[in-house]
Write a protein that binds this ligand. Structure first.
Ligand SMILES: *[C@@H]1O[C@H](CO)[C@@H](O)[C@H](O)[C@H]1NC(C)=O
Ligand SMILES: *[C@@H]1O[C@H](CO)[C@@H](O)[C@H](O)[C@H]1NC(C)=O
Ligand SMILES: *[C@@H]1O[C@H](CO)[C@@H](O)[C@H](O)[C@H]1NC(C)=O
Ligand SMILES: *[C@@H]1O[C@H](CO)[C@@H](O)[C@H](O)[C@H]1NC(C)=O
Ligand SMILES: *[C@@H]1O[C@H](CO)[C@@H](O)[C@H](O)[C@H]1NC(C)=O
Length: 569
């Protein structure tokens, strides 16, 4: 990976301290009061010699500056619109301050620890050391815990300290106090299983089975081949979700015979794989790649299979971004149908994830995320929600990504919100300017309904929506249908990839971070407002779709022709 380097151990030991900590004024950097629900101490204690791999996130030089610059290059009304940054320009904002880098590096090397930079900007350092060593270095008590539902074990501590002088230079050390829940695919759990049914080996009518040609006619998506070579549609895969080539060919043979020989470019991150036994086929991965290739006709598709060679899924979510930033050939659109719940994610990690995708935004990549399938209860539907609060989903609540909700029913008359379509308001990220009027108007329309259950000053999501019900895929040798915002996301991503193709052909910059454009007067004119339906969860009926933006279907569903006019082509 470009930008990686091994900082050598200090060769001279004139400044070495045998045990650095006693002479330093240690101060607690992060702490939690108790082990979060869902985790218990593991039966097996951790050996003192067990090697921990930790990441030290250093303070950025100027993240606020990157936010401002990203908005400028993404806002059609700004003179800098379309002037996306290079990875090197991004690094000027994201890199650690020289003081942070030298102070932290010196402390670690004085303690005999080698550091490795694992991001192009150098803001993430990785260290490996024995648990016993980490315990003294960070004044922490590392223990072995088990995530009850999955049986996955995690070595964590309830608190850790740093030399007081280093605290301003370090955002956090991970994994330490973060007991994050495993990543969820947005179509997993009840919503997709409930609605998966076997269908005949022939294209049925769109009313019961959505196929690529149904979607093409719904959103007036062209079937002609795109022409730009420098355009890639990126699709991420986690949780050992693998794309099966046999299923793909069978799907294309029926649905896009002209594209029967099309395939995807495999990109492996963090030890990811793409095993090809038919039983290794993932429904989510198949869905994402089958629709990307079928709808974004002729656009090269990269499938990023992210493995679990790291401590947890959060790291994979960030590593894939650094992988893309360092690559020579990058996607213009990056689609992800997986996510987390805000309530299970410490705010500093949520911010770190958002900071990563902000860097993609800055270089001109549209990051799209499924909003989730549990309505107001989050990624998965639950009737009870923590502290009786709605549960927003990550990274959808990051203001620098585009969140995709879902609809069901056929146009023109019957398009309504898909009732699993997650949406609501962030507790971590404030309402960004581009949607301030929309959020204000929606919150005002609520009156006192659900007061205290949602954050009226948070970033509202989703931003837009697309069809999410009874979508046909080929999986493990059969045609099936699936439901969820996992369907809507690759559909929307394909449309944006095709708009980018036309923009490139016209010699114009690609769309990049979409939201300032989507919420502009020209952008919203390209969407069909969805005004019916709601997203139940947490023992409530959830929010209601309404005229204008709403936290169920966003601005509505896209129309390719109107998008092309909106971008001035
Ligand atoms: C943590 O506990 C689990 C289950 O008891 C065990 O399999 C694992 O090896 C332990 N991890 C460490 C680092 O000791
Ligand atoms: C840190 O955690 C330990 C338990 O591992 C606890 O005894 C101690 O009180 C905690 N300290 C702080 C400052 O939270
Ligand atoms: C697919 O590839 C085969 C073998 O190269 C070729 O004969 C066939 O014409 C191709 N089909 C299409 C639709 O491109
Ligand atoms: C959502 O709609 C489906 C199908 O229309 C229905 O079976 C399901 O019960 C609804 N879910 C909720 C939470 O209302
Ligand atoms: C609501 O959101 C704001 C801004 O994002 C945040 O500062 C505040 O803590 C949130 N309130 C709650 C109760 O989470």
């Amino acid at each position: 990976m470009r930008g990686s380097s091994l900082l050598p151990l200090a060769a001279l030991c004139s400044t070495c301290i045998a045990d650095a900590n006693p002479s330093l004024n240690m101060a607690v950097h992060e702490s939690i009061a108790s082990v979060p629900p869902g985790f218990t101490p593991a039966a097996t204690a951790v050996f003192p010699s067990h090697e921990l791999t930790l990441r030290i996130a250093l303070a950025h030089t100027d993240m606020a500056g990157l936010h401002a610059r990203t908005y400028a290059v993404s806002d059609p009304a700004n003179a800098l619109y379309g002037k996306h940054l290079t990875t090197e320009e991004v690094a000027e904002y994201v890199s650690p301050t020289p003081e942070a880098l030298s102070a932290v590096s010196e402390w670690l090397s004085n303690n005999g620890i080698a550091t490795k930079s694992i991001s192009p900007a150098g803001d993430l350092l990785q260290i490996s050391l024995a648990v016993s060593h980490a315990a003294t270095l960070f004044d922490a008590e590392f223990r072995n815990y088990t995530h009850v539902e999955t049986g996955r074990s995690a070595v964590r501590t309830l608190n850790y300290s740093l030399p007081a002088t280093l605290r301003p230079h370090v955002r956090f050390v991970h994994p330490t106090v973060a007991f994050t829940m495993p990543l969820r695919k947005s179509g997993s759990g009840v919503s997709v299983v409930r609605s998966r049914k076997r269908v005949a080996d022939v294209a049925a009518s769109c009313a019961t089975t959505m196929t690529p040609s149904c979607i093409q006619s719904m959103y007036s998506i062209p079937t002609t081949k795109s022409t730009s070579v420098n355009n890639i549609l990126g699709v991420s895969g986690y949780l050992d979700e693998w794309v099966n080539s046999q299923d793909l060919r069978a799907f294309l043979t029926t649905n896009r015979p002209a594209l029967i020989n099309s395939t995807f470019n495999l990109q492996l991150v963090d030890g990811g794989q793409n095993l090809q036994s038919i039983f290794d086929a993932g429904d989510e991965a198949n869905l994402d790649v089958q629709y990307s290739l079928s709808l974004a006709t002729g656009v090269p598709v990269n499938f990023y299979s992210v493995g679990i060679s790291t401590n947890d899924d959060v790291e994979g979510f960030i590593d894939v971004v650094n992988f893309i930033l360092a690559a020579d050939k990058r996607p213009t659109v990056f689609s992800t149908s997986y996510g987390f719940s805000e309530s299970n994610m410490p705010i500093n990690l949520a911010v770190a994830i958002c900071d990563a995708y902000t860097q993609l935004a800055a270089v001109g990549i549209s990051s799209l995320f499924a909003s989730g399938d549990g309505g107001v209860s989050g990624m998965q539907s639950t009737t009870t929600c923590p502290q009786n609060q709605f549960n927003p989903t990550l990274p959808s609540t990051c203001p620098f990504v585009t969140s995709i909700g879902g609809t069901t029913g056929l146009p023109p008359a019957q398009v309504v919100a898909y009732n699993g379509s997650s949406g609501g308001f962030s507790n971590y990220f404030p309402t960004p300017d581009y949607q301030a009027q929309d959020v204000k108007a929606y919150v005002a329309s609520m009156g006192g309904t659900y007061a205290g259950m949602y954050n009226a000053t948070g970033r509202g999501f989703p931003d837009v929506a697309a069809h999410a019900a009874d979508v046909q895929i080929h999986w493990r040798g059969n045609f099936e249908t699936v439901t969820g915002t996992s369907c809507a996301t690759p559909i929307f991503a394909s449309i944006i990839a095709l708009v980018n193709d036309r923009l490139i052909a016209a010699g114009k910059p690609v769309l990049g971070f979409l939201n300032p454009f989507l919420y502009s007067a020209a952008g919203r004119a390209a969407f069909t407002d969805v005004t019916e339906g709601n997203n139940p969860g947490c023992n409530t009926a959830g929010f209601s779709a309404s005229k204008g933006w709403d936290p169920v279907t966003g601005l509505g569903t896209p129309d390719f022709g109107r998008l092309i006019s909106a971008v001035g082509l």
